[in-house]
Design a protein around this ligand. Structure first.
Ligand SMILES: [Zn+2]
Length: 111
């Protein structure tokens, strides 16, 4: 699937992006590493949905019984779920299907 990464929105719903959007790429959730910046998700039609805030991945084990209020939502998902951490503006875990595609900037691009 061809995925076009659109311009980052400049509006009051989205945190100002202090990073270069041209560095962004898509990645399987399972291939996201510590320190990668997560900007948004790609839906099944290949459209990018930017999150209201962006945050750095801090992958940790997925525990469907963790109690953060989000992990249980993924408990019945088919296939492996990865947890990209809870160091984000929402203070909850961030479970995604391992094959979900997210828009990220790799930590290696960020000095
Ligand atoms: Zn959790």
């Amino acid at each position: 699937m061809q995925i076009t990464i659109p311009p980052y929105p400049i509006d009051e719903d989205h945190a100002p992006l202090l990073l270069d959007i041209t560095l962004a790429e898509t990645s399987r959730a399972a291939d996201i590493a510590e320190g990668d910046v997560i900007l948004g998700a790609v839906d099944e039609q290949g459209r990018v949905d930017y999150f209201n805030d962006y945050y750095r991945a801090a992958p940790m084990p997925y525990d469907p019984t963790c109690g953060c209020g989000v992990c249980y939502l993924a408990a019945n998902d088919e296939g492996p779920v990865v947890n990209l951490g809870n160091d984000n503006p929402w203070d909850t875990c961030d479970p995604h299907h391992a094959d979900a595609r997210l828009v990220i900037i790799r930590a290696a691009h960020l000095a």
